[in-house]
Design a protein. Structure first.
Length: 535
């Protein structure tokens, strides 16, 4: 927790952060007695009055969040800017520090995916407890996805001004505090808390990719980004479905929200191992901290202090025009909308659709968990193709697999082929395709935009991936949810269009040095980087 480790601006900020985390934890624990009061009714709390402990707990959560937000405020240097370039060598090896960051950030992505995946598993139980119509209960996933959309846009922008690490931890604190959604006796409170939970979880996704893209050496960046994204997507679905199958039969749907406390606490506890982006530290003028951070990754830096000197070590590349970025943004935006509709619409409707066919929630959860395990090995293949073959073509392939999964759902719905009578094949294809898109879309975005807008651009794409879900859940709120086969057929068409747009407007990022992106209208500082060898 030392200041030189780029964790906090001062010891006062460090105490504010950890004190705030303790306050949030206590605030959540004060809601547990309310949850336990429902043991005799299988943890149904609808209509029960909120006790004083819950009120005090909510006050502690608000105060704790304010303290953590203050504690994470970054320090800006007022010294003269030194021209340096922060980037590891093209062929730099992966070190133990890199692997630590990979593990921590993969855990962050699993938490993010679990938030959205949980919605599909709590809606049936919530509808039964509160006696809601399908349209009424659809307000919950709608509010959650609205929160993730707001969080993606907001946290993406904050990441460019306040740092990648700080925004990830702030999102985790919100995610932890809003786990009290599981103890809320009123459906309206559930809607409000679910919105706040979405704000926290939605902000974690784009910032995680931006940070990882700036940490990894160029040679390893592609496969690492996709592998971590795939682990987050598959791991999130598997953890959610497995925990649902294990816990819901005993504790009801509310436990799926309450377990967010220990899950988010894990990320908070290991946060001292999470390093800030050296590129961001350099942009803030905190050059010594940038050097110390890169030294942990086995990189040493040599500084040039000539303010007027032009960069000499950047590769010669053609400038990335603003018009190119706009065209790429349009292609990625439509792709994000499509995968959002599938991920937060079709896949969220799957448990209810399977239950409508006569399966229990436990059986539906086990089926989805099994399909997730079947899809898991494809993430390794996706990471390999993304890093060795082509980033652009691999993304197109993932969208194609998703489209194929949608078509198989249509065929299953009309009973055209006996092979599709079991939902395992279409569910596996959808999870494979959407997991591939999710694991690549934001890494591809992070690799395609310059440093000064990377957080905002990645947040924009992440926000629209949630926007597709808002469209799907809006249909639910208006009681206009079509049969699963019809929904799959409708979204398959724009998926095909998104493939064409990526083919025409996308560009290859395979093995591309991120320094090349800084020619897109921004003056960057330069620094020479060499591997750190023992004397």
């Amino acid at each position: 927790m030392a200041r030189k480790a780029s964790l906090f601006s001062s010891w006062g900020h460090a105490f504010a952060f950890w004190g705030g985390c303790v306050a949030v934890t206590i605030g959540v624990l004060l809601h547990i007695p309310m949850f336990l009061m429902g043991r005799s009714t299988h943890y149904k709390l609808a209509g029960m009055p909120m006790d004083m402990g819950m009120v005090i707990g909510m006050g502690l959560i608000v105060a704790g969040f304010g303290a953590t937000a203050y504690g994470l405020i970054p320090r800006r240097s007022t010294t003269n800017r030194v021209y340096e370039e922060i980037a590891p060598p093209e062929d730099a090896p992966l070190t133990r520090a890199h692997w630590v960051q990979i593990i921590v950030l993969a855990a962050a992505l699993i938490i993010d995916v679990m938030k959205a995946a949980t919605l599909g598993f709590v809606v049936p139980g919530m509808r039964a407890e509160y006696g809601l119509t399908f349209a009424g209960v659809a307000l919950l996933p709608f509010s959650g996805l609205l929160g993730t959309t707001v969080g993606s846009f907001t946290w993406g922008a904050l990441a460019d001004f306040y740092g990648r690490r700080a925004t990830i931890l702030l999102a985790a604190v919100i995610f932890m505090g809003t786990s009290i959604c599981g103890a809320m006796p009123s459906f309206n409170w559930n809607i409000f808390m679910c919105f706040l939970m979405g704000v926290g979880a939605g902000g974690m996704l784009p910032v995680t990719y931006a940070l990882l893209a700036e940490i990894m050496p160029t040679r390893h960046r592609g496969w690492c980004l996709v592998l971590v994204g795939g682990i987050g997507s598959i791991g999130g679905y598997f953890a959610t479905s497995a925990l649902s199958a294990l816990l819901q039969p005993y504790f009801g749907w509310r436990i799926m929200w309450l377990i967010n406390l220990p899950i988010a606490l894990i990320l908070i506890v290991v946060s001292p191992m999470l390093q800030e982006s050296a590129r961001f530290l350099q942009s803030m003028g905190r050059l010594q901290e940038a050097r110390e951070t890169l030294a942990r990754f086995g990189i040493s830096l040599s500084t040039r202090k000539d303010k007027q000197a032009a960069p000499q070590n950047l590769p010669t590349v053609s400038p990335l025009k603003v018009s190119n970025l706009l065209g790429l943004t349009c292609a990625l935006t439509l792709t994000a909308l499509c995968v959002g509709f599938v991920n937060f619409g079709v896949l969220l409707w799957l448990p209810g659709s399977l239950m409508h066919e006569g399966r229990s929630m436990g059986a539906a959860s086990r089926l989805i968990a099994r399909s997730t395990l079947i899809a898991t090995p494809t993430i390794v293949l996706t990471a390999w193709l993304y890093s060795i073959w082509s980033t652009k073509r691999t993304l197109i392939l993932a969208v194609g697999v998703t489209t194929l999964g949608l078509i198989t759902i249509v065929l299953r719905d009309v009973g055209g082929l006996r092979i599709f009578s079991s939902p395992v094949i279409p569910v596996s294809l959808l999870i494979v395709g959407t997991s591939g898109i999710i694991s690549m879309l934001l890494p591809y975005s992070a690799e395609s935009y310059p440093l000064r807008v990377r957080g905002r651009a990645t947040g924009w794409v992440a926000g629209f991936s949630k926007g597709g879900g808002l469209l799907a859940q809006g249909l639910g709120a208006l009681a206009l949810v079509p049969p699963l086969g019809v929904a799959a057929g409708v979204v398959a068409a724009p998926c095909v269009v998104s493939i064409l747009l990526i083919v025409l407007l996308g560009h290859e990022t395979h093995a591309r040095d991120l320094r090349e992106l800084e020619t897109a209208g921004a003056t960057t500082t330069t620094m020479e980087v060499a591997p750190l060898y023992p004397d």
